[in-house]
Design a protein around this ligand. Structure first.
Ligand SMILES: NC(=O)c1ccc[n+]([C@@H]2O[C@H](COP(=O)([O-])OP(=O)(O)OC[C@H]3O[C@@H](n4cnc5c(N)ncnc54)[C@H](OP(=O)(O)O)[C@@H]3O)[C@@H](O)[C@H]2O)c1
Length: 263
């Protein structure tokens, strides 16, 4: 069995983390950097707290043009990509269930949560397959299995699609040395979570704290008693991207403090 250098295990690897400027993506980018990788991050806006060791590319990944730009720039500047973390995702749709959602709501949510990863994978896979190595991680959500229908109907459907797609892709490319995995977090205390609590508080005329309790209740409770910290999710992703996880492919890892009530 190979001996691994835990401190520098991603040395020489080129990694891309979409949405690496905030929340879970920022924590994942910093975790991969600390393991020795060269890390590229993307977002529409420049990071509020820039880290000079992270290479930033600005692009709107909800559009095919944005994903094409990122693929081109990464391959031009870095020559190849070893680790692709498809992290962008989220839901901006309003509460009120199916009747208040129009095609635009559905299309925007599907673009960010499902089609952006599909397009980036398609752009980077040819060179990964040529080198017979690579790791692709899709950041899903427990909503792919435990949907909340009030305000996140399209998001839950998109994440279910992402989990399914991730498995199919793994079946296709793992025989050629590329590992494909899904990490599905439960509730993470990020800026987008704070925004969600604000929207709930506003629409139901309650306080942020009550909105937080409402989210916990809507999830059926979190046995561990709190949302995850972004760094806890990043630790799992860092392990899965490393050579220590060499035999892991085609699987989904749920990190939710016990939220999903079934086995
Ligand atoms: N937060 C949670 O509780 C939770 C729970 C389960 C799963 N997840 C999943 O975890 C992942 C990360 O979520 P998060 O809450 O950490 O995100 P976040 O804090 O809202 O950050 C989102 C990141 O994506 C970028 N981004 C958003 N839209 C983009 C676009 N159209 N093009 C390019 N970049 C874009 C943002 O930067 P710009 O705005 O500057 O573009 C930012 O860097 C997502 O896939 C989410 O679905 C989150």
């Amino acid at each position: 069995m190979e001996q691994f250098d835990f401190n520098n295990e991603l040395s020489g690897k080129i990694a891309l983390v979409t949405g690496g400027t905030k929340g879970a993506g920022k924590a994942i980018a910093e975790r991969l950097l600390s393991a020795g990788a060269t890390v590229i991050i993307t977002a529409r806006n420049v990071p509020e707290t820039p880290n000079d060791n992270l290479h930033f590319i600005s692009a709107d990944l909800s559009k095919p043009k944005g994903t094409q730009q990122v693929v081109r720039k990464v391959l031009e500047q870095f020559g190849r990509l070893d680790i692709l973390i498809n992290n962008i995702g989220g839901s901006e749709t309003k509460g009120g269930g199916f009747a208040v959602l129009n095609d635009t709501d559905w299309e925007e949510t599907l673009q960010i949560n499902l089609l952006a990863p599909v397009r980036l994978d398609r752009g980077f896979l040819p060179q990964m397959l040529e080198h017979k190595s690579g790791v692709i991680i899709h950041i899903g959500s427990i909503q792919g299995r435990l949907p909340l229908y009030d305000s996140t109907l399209p998001y839950a459907a998109a994440k279910a699609g992402l989990i399914n797609y991730s498995k199919s892709l793994s079946n296709e490319v793992s025989p050629n040395g590329v590992r494909v995995l899904t990490v599905s977090p439960g509730w993470i205390m990020t800026t987008s979570s704070v925004r969600m609590m604000e929207r709930i508080a506003e629409s139901s005329n309650t306080s942020i704290e009550q909105a937080k309790q409402q989210v916990m209740q809507a999830l059926g409770g979190i046995p561990y008693g709190r949302p995850a910290e972004p760094e806890e999710v990043a630790e799992l992703v860092g392990f899965l991207a490393s050579p220590r996880a060499n035999y892991l492919t085609g699987t989904e890892y749920i990190i939710d403090g016990g939220t999903i009530p079934t086995i």
